[in-house]
Ligand binder design. Structure first.
Ligand code: C2E
Ligand code: CA
Ligand code: CA
Length: 758
């Protein structure tokens, strides 16, 4: 059985045993010596008188006592040593255990390879390559077998090299332990002076290697992300602001090489006038994790400027504080945005503010009373149709420049729709003056395509915020006034609350007209035109009627304007033309071959519809003699578009259509242009015919008009003749024809046919 006590304790016990035995033996020996010596002495001398025996005993006792003192000292010294050695052993064991533990935990171990002998290592070293901790000795062959085949050659040559050069060994190897799996170990060692062995450490670096691999993979991915990213990336030093890295996109987009940019301050990428601002911005973000996105204007190598939206994040780059910036090229996007913002505020053709922008400007100064003039032009579309869009645009731009001046002078001006503008006057005291100037500007012809173009204009006025607290609505109210003014033939109208009702009424009427046209509710009445020389009916004027279910008619004056506004005038006009032709044929069938039919053509119809084509269709379908159809036009049509009117009228005349100038004297006709126009007749408006026999003013006007008409070889027709006296006066003053209630009221054709002389 093994003695469980430590070696020191065992020695002490042995010494103690030996000491006791030696003590006992010594005591026995002393006693024996004393006894023997006594006997010898007594035998020799027979007396003990020479040296007293007790002296001898005393010396023996003293010697014996000295022995025990020495023995005790020895035992105590041994005990102390034993305790110290036990402490040391304990400490060493503990330290060893700790070291083992530390090595196991730290996945490290120590080893020694004896030249041409086995390799010994610590248990932790055995463990970390997958062997039992007790297997602390291994042959070099067995060790090599544990190395990954790809690393064996490298390991061996490093080992031999270290031995040969007596240098150090530093190896990172893959080990294939018997338990499977793969482990990375880092072996470090040094060769002994006599080259008899190499000793060193072995550390499991699998985790670090994996982390490294991951790092390498991440780095690789980052490289791909950074380098091959189509967006421009750049890294610059947070302190020196120098560019540390750029990606390929930067090179491609800005034309500089990598070498040209690395080391350059980031602010140098900006255009010169922005550089100091960029540097300040960048510095202001020092220590912050991110920069708010911002726009920098950067200059490319070729000098062109790109607008960049910068997104920047603080990073660590090769151990330095740096910023990673992503530069998004937003040049086109910004240009588009600017364009949109411009469009949202300005009219792209005239460059004037648009309606919304004017309204916003007014709303921002709503404590100030504004007067608004809504200008509705007419004629631009026609210029475009006949002379081309470019001319139309030029004319509109010129008009816009005039209005712009007024806007600058009096407040604001805006362009709302192609032919609609608004002038907002800030100071009510200057309103009249502004209006005067506005009307003057509008009445002046505008040059375009070598000739001067006259535009018609209607003005509606309103007050902001008095008429409406919303500026846009107030502008609309002024527009409504202009619109109604135009429909009613007034060049300038101020908004009144009743107009809103009127506008609603017009809208409802438009809807009803649609239905009426679909349901053929319209009728055509005719009014006779009489020759004053012989008293015979020479023709009929077709007048449209819209009968109502509750009886009576809506007068044409009430719905023609709505029809014009809504475009319904086109189908209505065609229907009138066809009915007129039917009436003509009925007249012929009834034996009244010589009677003509006059149809009224409104301004919109004349200017905007293809009148000629409608007539051509009629002539193709029906063989009508020359003079069978008359067209009645008002002067204003001819004034607005003299050139176009002339051409169209000439073409109508060519086809045998006679032209009458309706409501003559009410417009702004100038005699100068009359003789240029292909006209056959002029109709003196009822306003001048009224009481002509007693009204001296009307009489002189009628005389002048008769003279003018005859001077131009025109047939003169008097309209609205209600009284016989008027009729007589006209006949006596050589008026050619007359029309009016005193001759006949407008009536359906059947009635007319009944009343006509056979
Ligand atoms: P307008 O061409 O001047 O037509 C003459 C108007 O005077 C007609 O009014 C007629 O009924 C009215 N009238 C005739 N004799 C007298 C009279 O002795 N005294 C009075 N006070 N009035 C008389 P109506 O039918 O109400 O037509 C009004 C206007 O409507 C027309 O004026 C014409 O401009 C327009 N109109 C009528 N029918 C058509 C049409 O088919 N197409 C177009 N575009 N306009 C039409
Ligand atoms: Ca007429
Ligand atoms: Ca008339």
């Amino acid at each position: 059985m093994d003695d469980p006590r430590p070696a020191g304790s065992r020695t002490l016990a042995t010494v103690k045993t030996v000491g006791w035995i030696a003590g006992a033996l010594l005591a026995g020996a002393l006693i024996a010596i004393v006894v023997v010596d006594r006997k010898v002495h007594l035998a020799d001398t027979g007396s003990d008188s020479l040296v007293p025996w007790w002296m001898f005993v005393a010396w023996s006792l003293l010697f014996y006592a000295l022995y025990w003192v020495g023995f005790r000292y020895l035992v105590q010294t041994l005990r102390r040593h034993d305790a110290a050695s036990q402490r040391l052993i304990r400490d060493l064991t503990e330290a060893n255990e700790n070291l083992e533990l530390a090595q196991t935990l730290g996945r490290t171990g120590t080893w020694t390879a004896i030249r041409d002998g086995p390799i010994t290592w610590t248990g932790s070293a055995a463990q970390l390559i997958g062997l039992e901790p007790s297997k602390t000795r291994i042959t070099p062959e067995a060790f090599i077998a544990l190395i990954h085949p790809d690393d064996r050659k490298r390991a061996l040559s490093a080992y031999l090299h270290a031995l040969r050069t007596r240098g150090t060994l530093a190896l990172d190897l893959r080990m294939q332990p018997p338990d499977g799996g793969l482990r990375w170990v880092s072996i470090r060692g040094a060769v002994a002076e006599d080259r008899s062995r190499i000793a060193g450490t072995i550390v499991d670096v699998t985790r670090q290697m994996h982390a490294h691999e991951r790092l390498v993979a991440t780095e690789h991915q980052f490289r791909i992300l950074f380098d091959d990213n189509p967006m421009a990336f750049c890294v610059y030093d947070a302190t020196t602001l120098e560019i540390l890295e750029i990606n390929k996109a930067v090179v491609q987009q800005f034309g500089y090489s990598r070498e040209e940019l690395i080391g350059v301050p980031i602010s140098a990428m900006a255009i010169p006038e922005q550089r100091s601002a960029v540097a300040e911005e960048v510095e202001a973000y020092a220590g912050k994790p991110q920069m708010a996105p911002r726009i920098w204007s950067a200059q490319r190598k070729d000098g062109s400027i790109r607008e960049l939206r910068i997104h920047a994040t603080a990073i660590r780059f090769h151990g330095r504080d740096a910023w990673l910036i992503l530069a998004e090229d937003v040049t086109e996007q910004l240009a588009r945005q600017r364009e949109l913002a411009y469009r949202a505020t300005y009219d792209p053709v005239t460059g004037l503010l648009n309606g919304r922008a004017v309204a916003d400007a007014l709303q921002a100064q709503e404590d100030q009373p504004w007067r608004l003039a809504y200008i509705q032009l007419r004629g631009l579309e026609l210029i475009e149709d006949s002379l081309g869009q470019a001319v139309g645009t030029r004319v509109m731009q010129r008009m816009a420049r005039r209005l712009e001046r007024l806007g600058y002078e009096y407040g604001e001006v805006g362009h709302l729709r192609p032919e609609e503008f608004v002038l907002a006057v800030r100071d009510p005291a200057r309103w009249d003056q502004a209006l005067r100037e506005l009307r003057e500007e509008l009445s002046r012809s505008v040059s375009g395509a070598g000739s001067r173009q006259q535009l018609e204009a209607w003005i509606g006025t309103a007050r902001f915020p008095d008429d409406h607290p919303d500026a846009m609505e107030a502008i609309h109210l002024a527009g409504l006034a202009a619109h109604l003014g135009r429909a009613e033939g007034h060049a300038m109208v101020a908004f009144e609350p009743s107009m809103s009702h009127k506008a609603g009424h017009r809208l409802r009427m438009a809807a009803r007209m649609h239905r009426a046209l679909d349901n053929c509710e319209f009728q055509l009445h005719f009014q006779q035109i009489r020759d004053l020389r012989n008293g015979r009916t020479t023709g009929l004027e077709a007048l449209v009627r819209w009968p109502q279910p509750e009886g009576g008619f809506i007068p044409p004056a009430d719905f023609i304007g709505v029809a014009e506004d809504t475009g319904l005038i086109v189908p209505l006009g065609r229907w009138v033309l066809q009915e007129a032709v039917r009436a003509y044929q009925s007249l012929v069938a009834a034996g009244h071959e010589g009677l003509s039919i006059a149809i009224n053509v409104s301004q919109v119809q004349f200017l905007k519809t293809d009148l000629l084509r409608d007539f051509d269709e009629v002539f193709r379908a029906h063989a009508l003699p020359r003079g069978a159809l008359h067209v009645e036009l008002t002067e204003s049509i001819l004034m607005t578009r003299p050139e176009q009117a002339r051409a169209l009228l000439a073409q109508l005349q060519e086809r045998g259509v006679c032209i009458s100038l309706d409501d003559f004297g009410t417009g702004f006709s100038s005699m100068a242009y009359l003789h240029h126009l292909p006209i056959d007749a002029m109709k003196i408006d009822r306003a001048f015919v009224r009481h002509v026999h007693v009204d001296r003013r009307n009489a002189s006007i009628c005389q002048a008009l008769l003279q003018l008409g005859h001077g131009l070889s025109l047939t003169v027709v008097a309209e609205g003749v209600e009284e016989q006296a008027e009729y007589d006066w006209l006949r006596d003053h050589q008026c050619d024809k007359a029309q009016g209630y005193c001759i006949a009221r407008p009536a359906p054709l059947e009635k007319i046919l009944d009343s006509l002389e056979p």
